[in-house]
Design a protein around this ligand. Structure first.
Ligand code: GLU
Length: 477
């Protein structure tokens, strides 16, 4: 059996970490087993449609590297992949159940149902549909139709146990009496969520339904539909809910930020993939920093935990940094170029040097801006912090000694710069802040920042030595 998974968002907004995590596990599981990953848009709930949401979702999946074997924009043998384009298919299947006597036409209007529910609530009775259209005599049906009532189609849910299984929670049972007869096709011809999902998953030959735990209560209803349609249900895996930092539901303010924002800040996409897969799963090796290839080879449905994981922004940033450390210089240079070259008028050598240094420092790409802003503009030596440092008794001597040694270097590399700096420190017999601060203040106009050899390496020999000479003058003045 070929594994087939699907991600089935409603295109009503952006992907956030919670629903992206569902996509990630579906994709990884399909890839691990050489299966297919299908995208499907559940867009029959027309009021809540957001026109650009489809593109936003596809873009976010692309950013995470979750390619689709089938779906909107790529097509495939089980399409169409938008529920709004499949209404006829749902109608046919509902009619099949109707003909088999497994469903019936219900003429109750929304208003009537609401009134009955309100009455039931008032006397603390059952809110479920009372079954009144289950066995309507033909004449009554005709009368209702004559009155202009348009029926919905309801599925008969008989009393008795409904058994279903979830990969994480095991065997579960609910009782038909707790559910009541379910609308599968509304009077306007639109399917209900539970019915459409089953028809689609069945026709799209989905073998594993991996989705959020919020859908657990839908599963027994869906299982009934599978059986009524003469099929065995797929394997269900309900992922524990992702919580906001500190617990609580994900919200716009806490954790539910759209993925686009993570892309803009410049998280490494593989780190987001890595982070999301670790929310309910862990590698048997205990390793946490996992490449895309390793995730594809290792993530499986075993080892999925049942606890609701909390988003940990610090860990996600840390992982992002770790993935940049492992990135190729060439690849990172491309990412940085887009953000830095125009803004800071960078040359080729500068960009390369920056990339080498930043690869070891940044957590997210936008950290690069801070480094550039600190290092690249001509330093202002007149600010009081810098003046104070340069007025120290040994400052002019230190800067002069560093200038001399660095100007004699045959090769301008981070290693040669570092070694030379250590030697000068030993020679002049000045250590710690008294040694480093005047050099740093001279080069950047600040007393904090990246390592001095890194700064000098990025600036290049000419600019570094020029700045140092100006510093000697300023210190001596
Ligand atoms: N469209 C549903 C949602 O966005 C997913 C349905 C499913 O996975 O079964 O929650």
């Amino acid at each position: 059996m070929k594994v087939r998974t699907r991600f089935a968002p409603s295109p009503t907004g952006e992907l956030h970490l919670g629903n992206a995590r569902t996509a990630v596990l579906n994709w990884l599981f399909a890839r691990r087993h050489g299966g297919a990953f299908v995208l499907r848009f559940e867009d029959t709930d027309l009021e809540r449609q957001v026109a650009t949401a489809e593109h936003g979702i596809v873009r976010a999946l692309d950013w995470l590297g979750l390619d689709r074997d089938e779906g909107p924009f790529v097509g495939g043998p089980h399409g169409p992949y938008r529920q709004s384009e499949r209404l006829e298919i749902y109608g046919e299947h509902a009619n099949r159940l109707l003909s088999a006597g497994l469903a019936f036409r219900c003429y109750c209007t929304t208003e009537e149902l609401e009134i009955r529910r309100a009455e039931a609530r008032a006397r603390k009775g059952e809110l479920r549909y009372d079954g009144r259209c289950r066995d309507l005599p033909r004449e009554v049906e005709e009368r209702f139709r004559g009155e202009g009532r348009r029926p919905s189609i309801r599925f008969r849910v008989d009393p008795g146990p409904i058994r279903y299984a979830d990969r994480i929670r095991g065997e579960l049972t609910v009782h038909g009496e707790e559910i009541g007869d379910l609308v599968i096709l509304r009077s306007d011809g639109r399917p209900t969520y539970n019915f459409a999902v089953v028809v689609d998953d069945l026709l799209m030959e989905i073998t594993h339904v991996i989705r959020g735990a919020g859908h657990l209560s839908n599963t027994p209803k869906q299982v009934l539909f599978y059986r009524a349609l003469g099929a065995e249900p797929p394997e269900f895996v309900h992922l524990p809910s992702v919580l906001a930092p500190g617990g609580g539901k994900l919200s716009k303010r806490a954790g539910a930020t759209g993925l686009r924002a993570y892309e803009e800040v410049g998280y490494h996409p593989d780190a987001v993939l890595n982070y999301l897969s670790l929310l309910s799963w862990s590698s048997p090796t205990g390793d946490e920093i996992l490449s895309r290839e390793r995730l594809m080879a290792e993530v499986d449905l075993d080892r999925l935990g049942a606890a609701n994981p909390e988003i940990d922004p610090a860990k996600m940033r840390w992982l992002s940094g770790q993935h940049f450390r492992r990135e190729s210089i060439e690849r990172l240079e491309v990412d940085l170029a887009g953000r830095l070259v125009d803004r800071f008028s960078l040359g080729e050598t500068e960009l390369r040097a920056l990339t080498e240094v930043l690869r070891e420092r940044i957590l997210v790409l936008s950290d690069a801006n801070d480094v550039c802003e600190l290092i690249l503009p001509e330093p202002d030596l007149s600010n009081s912090a810098v003046r104070e440092v340069l007025e120290e008794p040994h400052s002019a001597r230190v800067v002069a000694a560093v200038t001399e040694r660095w100007s004699a270097l045959e090769q301008w590399t981070r290693e040669t710069l570092r070694e030379a700096l250590l030697e000068v420190g030993r020679d002049v017999g000045i250590k710690g802040r008294a040694f480093y601060h005047p050099v740093r203040a001279t080069l950047t106009g600040a007393i904090q920042g990246p390592d001095l050899p890194d700064i000098a390496y990025i600036l290049g020999a000419e600019r570094t030595l020029e700045r140092l000479r100006r510093g000697i003058a300023a210190a001596g003045a």
